[in-house]
Design a protein around this ligand. Structure first.
Ligand code: PLP
Length: 384
């Protein structure tokens, strides 16, 4: 059985397999990528007509590209984008699959930032593309992760069909500077590449002044991806979207979607529309949680230099510290979860230096989880 699975089209999604083992049994999820979730009751309270709309909704199919009123609400989030530029999906994950299947063929060159959320590189690889990893690097003083746009020409050789960026970045929390982002757009424009920016952590910048424009606003061949899972804490709705000025690209995506989910869930679309129309308020609440948690994390890592080195994230709800002794974080993570119920995600699940691990700070109970980790570390290594 396992043999058949590993021989399939895709390689197993390592991170998902790790979460499948622990997500619903570990007491403290200290590596979740999403922010604090919302009860439906709170969401319904944001719109006086919501309950009636939900109760009167007929449970038939919905439109393939999403309910028009939801698409309109999403279009309003982007400067200069009309409703035809919006394509709703069942989560960001479906959107990545549909876009890649729509636009890529075997032999196409694809440049993808690395490490990355596995789908962004694995789906092109499975389609037979020539995938070129574009490595994030750390400044020598360890203060910042960055992607160097000057490396793009050697990776693309002018022929990349698709360049894939995820900003703010999973798992490092890196966020390009505005001029670095513009250099990528410039290069894509000069070579005619499609630029997919996975923006699922956008709106969670540590310094809001550093928020990048959406690629659908900045580049005529740009496709932006967003979802309510991360900044809005509504992963259970499974509502995400692609936005782009390229109608022909969205038309191609529609062809694939007919073979996939066909349409999103109607009740989810109603709830998603309320969320999108109240996005500032919802994300504002999660930004406060993230800001408070980051202050605690900065202090924690300062007090635990023997444990891990900390490159403060510039955006998003996750970061990627490295164990100071360079050992495999999986050994530590397995012991930690067994002994204290705290879950960290080992870096090897990104196919990266296994001494790194992912830590998440979007959840309201992060201070408690961090206290458990702190106590476990102190008991494990008593002060001399
Ligand atoms: C960068 C990135 N893109 C896409 C996704 C998929 O999002 P969803 O689970 O909402 O489909 C994730 C989820 O962790 C992610 O981190």
């Amino acid at each position: 059985m396992l043999k058949d699975m590993t021989m399939g089209f895709f390689r197993p999604f390592e991170l998902e397999r790790f979460f499948a083992r622990h997500e619903f049994s570990a007491r403290y999820l200290l590596c979740s990528s999403d922010c604090e979730s919302f009860p439906i009751r709170e969401l319904l309270a944001m719109d006086p007509d919501a309950i009636d709309r939900l109760l009167d909704l007929r449970l038939g199919y919905t439109e393939t590209r999403g309910a028009p009123s939801l698409r309109m609400a999403i279009a309003d989030l982007y400067a200069g984008l009309g409703v035809n530029g919006v394509f709703v999906h069942s989560g960001a994950e479906e959107a990545i699959l549909n876009l890649c299947m729509a636009m890529l063929a075997a032999g196409d060159r694809v440049v993808v930032n690395a490490p990355c959320y596995q789908s962004l590189s694995e789906i092109p690889r499975a389609l037979g593309c020539d995938v070129q990893p574009w490595p994030l690097r750390q400044l020598s003083d360890g203060t910042r992760w960055f992607l160097d746009p000057a490396e793009l020409p050697a990776l693309s050789k002018g022929k990349a069909k698709l360049i894939v960026l995820n900003m703010p970045h999973n798992p490092t929390g890196a966020l390009m500077l505005r001029d670095e982002f513009e250099a990528v757009v410039d290069y894509a424009r000069r070579t005619g590449a499609l630029l997919l920016v996975d923006e699922v952590y956008r709106r969670l910048e540590r310094d809001p002044a550093r928020r990048l424009p959406s690629v659908c606003e900045a580049y005529e061949n740009g496709v932006a991806l967003d979802v309510l899972s991360k900044h809005s804490g509504m992963a259970g709705l499974r509502i995400g979207w692609l936005v782009s000025q390229r109608q022909d690209v969205l038309d191609q995506v529609a062809v694939v979607k007919d073979y996939n989910s066909i349409c999103a869930s109607g009740p989810s679309e109603v709830l998603a529309e309320i969320a999108v129309r109240n996005l500032d308020r919802i994300v504002g609440r999660n930004r406060s949680i993230v800001t408070r948690n980051l202050t605690l994390l900065d202090r924690f890592f300062l007090s635990q230099p023997d444990f891990a080195t900390w490159t403060p994230p510039e955006g998003g709800s996750i970061a990627f510290p490295r164990l100071t002794d360079g050992s495999d974080a999986e050994r530590l993570a397995e012991r930690l979860v067994a002994e204290s119920g705290v879950l960290l995600l080992p870096g090897k699940y990104y196919g990266y230096d296994p001494a790194h691990f992912r830590i998440g700070f979007g959840r309201a109970n992060m201070p408690e989880a961090l206290e458990q980790l702190d106590e476990w570390l102190r008991l494990r290594k008593p002060r001399q």
